[in-house]
Design a protein around this ligand. Structure first.
Ligand code: NAP
Length: 304
């Protein structure tokens, strides 16, 4: 396969880190990582150099995190980049007032489209790493994301696309080397599971009986309204933005049930599992076994 040049943003982050590993393992990418000046001396950047990644230090600042991509999109057009992959990598969700986070991504997408810049937009469902409840023994507590508890939303039967963060990069390496995905949306995924199924796999693999606290659809909708109201009053408050984003994720995933393969196909996405039938992502039960064996890293573990 010919060597493909990639400029990767976010290589020191969670999604970008998985993508970097996927690209390096594929072996046919020449990778440069774009690093902002304030991070140039971080130990993570020195690790990138050790892994053979070239570093480009540049400032692409903007007041809204997701929209920091706008300037780099314009620059990509000017230098004739052959494919721009904006920051998607989230759950399947329609544009327009369902999830503010998604709408920020949509603004970037619109900018790309207005420039007629070749693109591929990739969503990956929700990470396994954010999709499991605690065990009563406390054995896996150290891997739990903040705020994760034994919640089951609605009656626990909303299906959701989920993927191991570690597999995101394997999918990306295939997608960006594939002409079929040019100017298309693609969803990469490992399992489509309800919370009832997730709980049952956890019980089976761990041998423990899980506690369940049901949260109704009405409670989820009320929280979305409350969180939005508070954020509108203080639009600069990042904590309130985080609360609103979490509430909107729950609303989209469990009340609207957007994050499903059937809905992704309806929205026009290609299915990465159909494109790459030989790519076998980790099953959820294997992830739970990895949790019990201590083989999983908690996302953002370096963040204070
Ligand atoms: N599907 C899911 O379950 C899920 C879960 C979480 C996130 N996501 C999605 O994944 C996307 C990426 O989030 P993440 O949590 O993986 O990211 P993250 O770990 O917070 O990392 C962000 C990366 O972007 C870099 N960065 C930020 N601002 C920059 C700038 N101005 N210039 C250059 N580099 C900059 C950071 O570099 P520094 O080293 O300089 O900080 C870091 O490498 C999000 O948009 C989110 O929607 C999905």
């Amino acid at each position: 396969m010919p060597i493909q040049n990639v400029l990767l943003l976010g290589a020191t982050g969670e999604t970008g880190g998985s993508i970097l590993t996927g690209l390096l393992d594929a072996g046919h990418f020449d990778i440069k990582a774009l690093i902002r000046p304030s991070s140039a001396q971080k130990p993570e950047v020195k690790d990138l150099l050790k892994r053979g990644v070239k570093i480009l230090v540049a400032d692409i600042s903007s007041p809204v995190e997701e929209l920091e991509q706008m300037g780099i999109v314009t620059a990509a057009k000017q230098v004739g980049i052959k494919r721009f992959v904006p920051c998607g990598f989230a759950t399947v969700c329609p544009a327009g007032a369902v999830m503010r986070l998604r709408d920020h991504k949509e603004q970037v997408l619109n900018h790309i489209k207005q420039l007629f810049l070749p693109l591929t937009f990739i969503d990956v469902g929700y990470w396994y790493q954010f999709s499991f409840p605690p065990l009563p023994s406390g054995k896996i507590d150290k891997y739990l994301p903040p705020g994760m508890n034994s919640k089951m939303r609605g009656d626990g039967t909303a299906p959701n696309l989920i993927t191991d963060l570690r597999d995101v990069g394997r999918f990306v390496a295939r997608i960006v080397a594939d002409e079929r995905t040019l100017n298309r949306y693609v969803f990469a995924w490992a399992e489509e599971m309800t919370e009832k199924e997730i709980y049952s796999v956890m019980e089976e693999v761990s041998g423990e009986k899980l506690l369940v606290n049901f949260v109704s659809a009405q409670e989820i909708e009320d929280e979305v309204l409350d969180a939005r109201r508070l954020f509108e009053k203080e639009p600069e408050n990042q904590e309130l933005f985080g609360r609103m984003s979490s509430a909107e994720y729950e609303y989209s995933k469990y009340v609207r049930t957007d994050n499903r393969g059937e809905y992704a196909r309806y929205l026009g996405y290609l299915d990465a599992r159909e494109l790459y039938p030989d790519l076998h992502p980790k099953k959820f039960w294997e992830f739970v076994q990895d949790l019990l064996d201590g083989k999983v890293r908690r996302p953002y573990s370096g963040v204070q």
